[in-house]
Each structure stands twice: as C-alpha cells, then as structure tokens.
Design a protein. Structure first.
Length: 300
C-alpha cells in the first residue's frame, strides 16, 4: 500500500465516522448525527415516536461509505432542546418548519427522505413545499393514507382529537410508560433476544423528564391535523412521482402494513418490501433495510 493510498483510506475513515453536532435554530439547540461525504447523495433521516436519531445509530455507519447521512432530533426528543408547551408550539406544522430551517442551515440542496412514524407527516410537509429538492422517498411504517389508522391503537387518540380534555388525555398517558415503550420495540419481532435494551433505556429517561408527557400529548393531538393533509400528499406523489422504497414491518400494531399498500396507487416507481418484523424494523432488520437502500439508490 502506497503512502497516498494509506492517506486516502484514513481520510475516508474519518469522513465516514459518525459525528455528533448541534446547531441553533430559532433559539433551540437541534442535535444531529452526521456521517459520510457531503458531496455524495444525502439521506435525511426523520425519526418516529418516542425515539430520536438514536433509531438510526446503526444504519448511518452502514451507508456512510456511499452516502451523506443526516439525522436530527426534533425539539422535545433526544438531545435537542425541550422547551415547555408554554414556550414552544408542539405541532407537526411547527416541527416541519424547524426541520426546514435545519435543512437550510446545513445547506442541503437535495436529499432522499427517510420517513418513519412521526417522520412521515413531518417529511411530507417538507416534500410538498420543496418537491424539487426530493431525490427519493424511503418509507418505513409511516402513513399517508387512512388505511392503517383504523385499528385499536388509534381509537383513544381519535377520541382526543375529537375532544381535547383531561378525560380523553388520561388513557393516553400510559403510552409514555416503560411497559408501552418496550411494547413498541418488541411487539411483532421474530426474536426478542435480538432487540437491545439500549433502545428503551435510551428512550424512557427522556420521556420521563418533567414536562415531556405534556409535549407528547400536544403532538398526539396535533397528529389529528395529518389525515386531512393526506389528499395533498397523495397529489404530490402522483404529480412528482418521487422514486420510493417501501421497507415496512408488517407486524406493527400502530402502523400495520395496511398503510403500506395504498402507496402503490399513486406511485409508478416503487420498490415495495414487506418485512416480517415490528414497528421499529431497523432494530431487527437493519442489515436487510440497509441492503434494500443501497440497491434502490444505486438504481436511481
């Protein structure tokens, strides 16, 4: 190996290493994980509830040799600022606005969007405003159709949408407890022994912070603003036809695969994959998803 080859190898290892940074957006510290060469195609990874960019901790280094990956934490999640509900409007409109400002601050001109759970309504708001920036969509258990929201999990949340009251909020508070967090990670997986307790041990202390339950209730209520936007998001997909990869855990009891199939109605260039796992599919099938992403992006 020549000295020049060794130097190039070391430079690549350095740029592919995961970096942990914070940027100030409107007085909020937004934490993000980043890896890969910014001159390569960018993947913007948008996390779900109740986790953070932590859900992408293994996917990022798995793809950093070929892609530039950026995974932010929303306000109230992970290591980003957590202002109280009196100090900040916790709505999907506002989270999307903060994420747009984050994108602009980092100078991301174009990107593929990885949409999971809460990442879907945030990402679709961004995509419909800036369709020319979206190279492709990667969708993992994230809804843009009414199908898949007609199960028992959503019944108490829909009651809260209809009437935002303490009576309707009380049944939702159990979803912020450790048993519910573990349920999200373990339900529907093939082998529970492969799911690291590092997942809920990271998430639960953040949920347990004083004031965080109020934040989550605000976002449960705000989720009711998403289904009325589904026709707009579907029209965006029909018009702009972003190449789309579906990697969906079919045993998810929150977003079952009923929500995956309707994407076929509106998208012509769709790489459709249903996985035999649960809500947080990356925990059990991260290697499978990484392989799907590589194949999908290489064929764009």
């Amino acid at each position: 190996m020549t000295a020049q080859t060794q130097t190039t190898k070391e430079e690549n290892q350095t740029i592919n290493a995961v970096r942990h940074n914070t940027v100030n957006i409107d007085g909020l510290d937004i934490f993000y994980r980043e890896a890969g060469n910014p001159n390569k195609p960018t993947l913007l990874l948008l996390h779900g509830f109740p986790t953070s960019s932590h859900m992408f901790r293994n996917l990022i280094p798995a793809l950093a040799d070929r892609y530039h990956l950026v995974a932010p934490d929303y306000p109230g999640y992970g290591y980003s600022s957590m202002p109280s509900v009196d100090e900040f409007e916790y709505s999907f409109d506002n989270l999307a606005m903060i994420m747009e400002k984050f994108i602009n601050r980092l100078g991301l001109k174009s990107y593929s969007l990885y949409l999971m759970d809460y990442g879907a309504p945030i990402g679709f708001r961004i995509a419909t405003k800036n369709p020319q920036r979206v190279d492709s969509l990667i969708i993992q258990n994230g809804n843009a159709y009414d199908e898949g929201l007609d199960n028992a999990f959503w019944e108490p949340i829909k009651a809260y949408w209809a009437e935002k009251s303490d009576k309707n909020a009380d049944p939702l508070k159990g979803l912020f407890k450790l048993d519910a967090t573990k349920w999200q990670y373990l339900t529907g997986v093939r082998d529970e022994s492969k799911i690291s307790p590092d997942t809920w041990d990271h998430v639960q202390p953040l949920l347990d912070r004083p004031g965080n339950n109020d934040i989550q209730l605000e976002l449960f209520y705000s989720y009711g603003t998403n289904p009325p936007l589904y026709p707009e998001w579907q029209a965006y997909m029909r018009k702009h036809q972003p190449p789309t990869l579906i990697v969906w855990g079919k045993n998810d009891e929150i977003f079952p695969d009923d929500g995956a199939y309707p994407y076929k109605r509106d998208l012509r260039n769709i790489d459709f994959n249903i996985l035999d796992t649960g809500h947080f599919a990356l925990e059990e099938d991260g290697d499978v998803i990484a392989s799907h992403i590589r194949r999908f992006l290489e064929n764009l």
